[in-house]
Each structure stands twice: as structure tokens, then as C-alpha cells.
Design a protein around this ligand. Structure first.
Ligand SMILES: Cc1cc2nc3c(=O)[nH]c(=O)nc-3n(C[C@H](O)[C@H](O)[C@H](O)COP(=O)(O)O)c2cc1C
Length: 205
């Protein structure tokens, strides 16, 4: 099958793209509005960009031509928190993706606990195994629409104690149980982990 994205219909290209780039991690982004209303929503156009300084990026489309609540809030406070979704939180994550008006606090809606940020105004999801407090470094318009590519420097990590091995400095992948997004309504668990050593013997990642 050969497909030219320039002549295909937009929705079918979206379906193709999210089916090709899998599995995607989910940034469960919490933020605060100018009226002090907490917000949380999932974004799977999400990646780690660089480690020095630690920097994350996610991208948000628009709703009816306007910014989604998350981007509007982040433009105001210039900060946000990326929370990691584990198996236990998958249903609540899905509920927070509803297209609610700005005055709806998704923490209250889903029974999640909003814990105050240490270095940012945005709250974090207390139940999340990992939360990364970020300060905005850039918000770039990308493509038609346009999408907002939000880049943020991580200024504080919250990691559940049992997940972090202090001597190796690693997160325990057998305990984290992150959820990955596939396409449509499909997700994946991370329960089948294998090891493969790098050809470079001195690799320390
Ligand atoms: C797993 C998952 C991943 C999503 N990823 C994105 C994404 O990458 N970009 C986006 O614009 N919307 C994405 N959405 C939809 C948003 O979560 C949804 O539009 C939400 O209502 C935005 O909330 P807000 O208006 O409070 O910011 C995703 C939804 C789900 C369930």
C-alpha cells in the first residue's frame, strides 16, 4: 500500500499516523487556570526531548479553533505537571479526556487528589506513580490548525518510593506498570519486558 498524505483526507491521515507511531506514552498534564481551577487531561503526542536540562514536549490540537484548556492554562501560568498513568489510573485518565468546559475541575470529576506543586503553580495528581513539574521553555505553533508544541523543563520530580532504586538510579520497570496509547480506543500494558544489551559495552543508560 502506498499513501500520499498530501492527497488523503485529514481524518484518515490522523488515523494512519496514530496507528503507525505506537505505543505512545501518555502525558497526563495537570495545570491551573487564571481563575484558579485545576485541570487535567491526557496527551499522547508526547516525548522526552533532552536531558540537560531535562525537557519534555507534548502537542495539543485545537477545539473549535481555540486552544484547549490545558494550553490556555499553561500560557497563563507558564508551568504544568506531567503525570504518568499506570494501570490503576487508566479509567480515570480516560474520563479526564472528556471535552469539558473550562470551569470543570477534572480532579473533582474523577475523584483524583490535586496535590500542590513544589516549584510550580500547577497541581499534580497525587495518585500518579511519577509526576514531573515543568516550567515552559517554548510554545511553538506546528502545522495547520495550528497544534501547540509545548516544551517544558522539568524542575522537580515526584517518584513513588518503591519505584526508585537509589543505588542504580533507575526506575523499576517491573513495578511502574505504565499504560501506552495505541490507536482509536486501544491501549497497551507494559507487562512483557525483555533485556537486550547494547553493542557498546560501556553504555551506561
Ligand atoms: C489517551 C489520550 C491521548 C490524547 N492525546 C491527545 C494529544 O496528543 N493531543 C490532543 O490535542 N488531544 C489529545 N487527546 C484528547 C484530549 O485529552 C482532550 O481533547 C481533552 O478534552 C483536552 O482537555 P482540556 O481542554 O482540559 O485541555 C487525547 C485523549 C486521550 C484519551
Amino acid at each position: 500500500m502506498q499513501l500520499d498524505p498530501q492527497i488523503a483526507e485529514k481524518q484518515s491521515i490522523y488515523k494512519l499516523l496514530i496507528g503507525c507511531v505506537v505505543p505512545r506514552p501518555i502525558a497526563w498534564v495537570s495545570s491551573l487556570s487564571d481563575d484558579g481551577i485545576a485541570n487535567v487531561a491526557p496527551f499522547s503526542f508526547f516525548m522526552a526531548v533532552c536531558n540537560d536540562p531535562p525537557t519534555l514536549a507534548f502537542s495539543s490540537g485545537r477545539r473549535a479553533g481555540s486552544h484547549k484548556d490545558t494550553v490556555r492554562n499553561i500560557e497563563y501560568t507558564q508551568d504544568f505537571v506531567v503525570n504518568i498513568v499506570d494501570d490503576a489510573l487508566a479509567e480515570q485518565m480516560n474520563l479526564t479526556s472528556g471535552e469539558y468546559p473550562p470551569e470543570v475541575d477534572e480532579f473533582a470529576l474523577t475523584g483524583l487528589t490535586a496535590a500542590p506543586g513544589v516549584k510550580v503553580r500547577a497541581p499534580r495528581v497525587a495518585e500518579a506513580p511519577i509526576s514531573m513539574e515543568c516550567r515552559v521553555t517554548q510554545i511553538l505553533p506546528v502545522g495547520h490548525g495550528p497544534h501547540s508544541l509545548v516544551l517544558g523543563e522539568i524542575v522537580h520530580f515526584h517518584i513513588r518510593d518503591d519505584l526508585y532504586n537509589v543505588s542504580t538510579g533507575r526506575i523499576d520497570m517491573h513495578r511502574l506498570h505504565p499504560v501506552g496509547r495505541l490507536a482509536g480506543n486501544l491501549y497497551t500494558h507494559v507487562h512483557d519486558i525483555f533485556e537486550m544489551k547494547r553493542p557498546n559495552e560501556n553504555y551506561v543508560g
